[in-house]
Structures are given as C-alpha cells and as structure tokens.
Write a protein that binds this ligand. Structure first.
Ligand SMILES: Nc1ncnc2c1ncn2[C@@H]1O[C@H](COP(=O)(O)OP(=O)(O)OP(=O)(O)O)[C@@H](O)[C@H]1O
Ligand SMILES: O=P(O)(O)OC[C@H]1O[C@H](OP(=O)(O)OP(=O)(O)O)[C@H](O)[C@@H]1O
Ligand SMILES: [Mg+2]
Length: 325
C-alpha cells in the first residue's frame, strides 16, 4: 500500500469540536480506529487517508515540516510558527470558527497610552527610569517582533510566556502583553486594555495545505476528493434552493433577479412550462420571493441544500496553483 495521505485534526482545545463537525457537515465522517483515546483515525469511504489527532500548535509545526498534507489550525499559529508562511503553506479557506484576535494590551492604569505611537513614547522613557527595557510577555514572539518593528517601536524586550500571559503585568514579570483574545474577559479581569491600533491579527481556523508534503499523483487525487466534498458543502451553505413556476417567467426577469438578489440559475432559464430552479443567498430569500410573486408566481418554495457538486472545484484549483509555484 502507498504511503497514506495525512489530515491533521485538532484533538483538544477550542478548535476540536468545530473541526470535527466541519468535516461531518462536508460528508466526511471521521472515525477513530481504536476508540476515543486513539490518536489515529480514518475517513469513511475515502481510501488511504490517515487522520492525525494533534494539538493546534502541533498541527502548524507538522504542516511546516511537510509531515501532514492537510490540517485544520489557527491562522495565528501558522503566522507565528512558520517562517515565510505564504511559501510553505496554503491557507485554502477560513472555516468560520475559532475567531480570535492577537492583540497588544497594556495596563488600564496607563491612561495616556492609547496607541502604538504612545507606547513608543513610553518605551523610550521607560529605559531611562527603570534601567531595563520595557518587557512584553507573549508566546507570539515572531508576530510581536514584526508588528512592533512596523510601528517603529524598538525599545522593548520579549519575555516568553507559555501560559497565563495576562497575569504577567500584575505579577511584575512584564509591563505589557501580546496575546490572543475572543471576548476580552480575561484581559478585563486582569486590568488590561487593547491599544486602539493594537490588533495584530484577526485569526480564525483555516484549512491549510503543506507545500513540503509528499504530493504524489495519488496524494493529489485524494486531496481532490476531500476538497470536492468541502467545496460542495461550502457552495450549498451559500445558497438556498428556490423553485417556482409561472407563465411570465422569462430571461429578462431572471437577469433582473440576478442583478438585484445575486441569484444564479444552476440548471438554466425557465423550462417551456415556466418551471424555474434558482439558488439564492439566504439573506435575499424574502425579497426574491416577493419579487417572483409580484411578477405572477402563485407559489415559491425554498429548501436548504446539503451539497452542490460543480464541475469546477475552486478549492482544489487553488491547491494545484500553489503546488505549481
Ligand atoms: N479565545 C481564544 N483563546 C485562545 N485561542 C483561541 C481562542 N479562540 C480561538 N482560538 C484558536 O484556537 C487555537 C488553539 O488554542 P487552544 O488554546 O484551544 O489550543 P490548545 O489545545 O491549548 O493547544 P496548545 O497546547 O497547542 O496550546 C488558537 O491558536 C487560536 O487559533
Ligand atoms: O478573550 P477571552 O475570551 O477571555 O479568551 C482569551 C483567553 O483564552 C485563551 O486561553 P485558553 O482558555 O485557551 O487557555 P490556555 O492558555 O491554557 O490555552 C487565551 O490564551 C486567553 O487567555
Ligand atoms: Mg489555549
């Protein structure tokens, strides 16, 4: 048997549950071969795939090394832990969960410090007063260096922090922090505030491909099948299916509907009897239903779609283009 195609899926933490349901929604049923405590799994009906259950940060590291073909992990981890990430990995698409910002936060008591420029002023004075440089506690060392350099802040020192970063200023081990936040509750509980221009990265969970994995013909074919499931589901989620039939339904009406509501007619214009199937963005359904009735439709039905399989697979096309670079 040829070497397996490896897909890395978060085994714990904030991304785990959403990642599993993301695959399930795409019709990819993950199963752990040896039960709940097994760290290897398979996808039902897709041959020669191995699921590697790892933590989100291990997934980023394995993508960097080419040890896995595809993985689900946070953009923050990709950008922090992979040098030159845009060359080594492809973020195929944002998955709509795991939203979090990497931010610069200072004590609320620093009332005059609102921006990175204010921070720069403080940094210069700080060294003279305290005999050491201003300390920034973080695990996002590379992102911090890049962001501070971009804002011309140079007078600082990073104190590496593996956990409970928000506690560092109160504990006296740093003056400020860079960390990830969603609700802001942890920052507030620790008397910290985000600088006005201190959002370094808006992150979410991504489906990521590794350039350095073994992209044999067989591996590409497996990727095509997996991405075909995901693309079909993504396309289905963007639309609802709208059906109606009425005599006045013609191409002019259809193109007006396309202009106004962003609908597409996946199976072509109305049939000779005026039967019409449209795909419409969810937020335009009511407006479209009203429009069709104003033009003569008696009844308009709307259903949710599970999958829309297109000849085109935009996700696989993106992957192929990346691997060709
Ligand atoms: N509020 C949040 N705090 C931290 N991470 C979040 C948050 N919301 C989403 N995430 C995303 O989840 C990713 C994994 O964070 P999490 O703390 O769940 O991992 P973990 O299981 O602790 O893994 P590790 O042991 O590698 O830190 C983060 O890098 C980020 O992309
Ligand atoms: O803005 P909030 O909604 O308060 O979330 C932010 C907190 O969540 C994360 O920690 P997590 O709970 O993942 O624990 P960990 O540091 O042990 O991974 C992060 O490191 C922050 O501490
Ligand atoms: Mg965490």
């Amino acid at each position: 048997m040829s070497t397996p195609f490896v897909v890395a899926v978060p085994s714990k933490g904030r991304l785990q549950e959403n990642a599993e349901s993301f695959f399930a929604r795409a019709g990819l049923t993950l199963s752990k071969a040896g039960g709940a405590r097994d760290y290897r799994g398979t996808i039902a009906g897709v041959d020669n795939v191995e699921i590697a259950y790892l933590s989100a940060s291990e997934i980023a590291a394995n993508l960097a090394r080419g040890a896995v073909h595809l993985g689900v992990t946070g953009e923050d981890l990709v950008r922090e832990s992979i040098p030159d990430p845009d060359k080594r990995v492809l973020m195929i698409e944002g998955l709509g969960f795991g939203f979090a910002n990497v931010v610069v936060a200072v004590p609320q008591a620093w009332i005059d410090v609102r921006t990175m420029a204010d921070l720069d002023d403080v940094a210069s004075g700080f060294r003279e007063q305290h005999n050491h440089r201003m300390r920034v506690a973080t695990k996002y060392i590379n992102l911090t260096r890049g962001f501070f350099a971009k804002h011309g802040v140079g007078d600082y020192r990073i104190v590496e922090s593996a956990g409970a970063t928000e506690g560092a200023p109160a504990a006296g081990t740093a003056e400020l922090i860079v960390d990830i936040t969603t609700t802001g509750a942890t920052l507030a509980a620790n008397g910290l505030k985000v600088l006005d221009d201190g959002v370094m990265l808006r992150s979410q969970a991504n489906l990521v491909a590794s350039k350095d994995a073994d992209w044999s013909t067989g591996a590409r074919e497996t990727a095509r099948v997996i991405l075909d499931h995901i693309a079909a589901r993504a396309r289905a989620a963007k639309y609802r299916e709208v059906r109606t039939r009425f005599a006045g339904c013609n191409d002019a009406l259809l193109s007006e509907a396309h202009q106004r509501f962003g609908v597409v007619a996946p199976f072509g214009g109305p049939t000779s009897s005026g039967m019409l199937t449209l795909h419409c963005p969810p937020d335009k359904l009511y407006a479209l239903g009203s429009f069709l009735r104003e033009h003569g439709a008696e009844t308009v039905s709307v259903v949710s779609l599970d999958y829309v399989f297109d000849r085109e697979n935009p996700l696989f096309a993106k992957l192929e283009a990346f691997l060709r670079q």
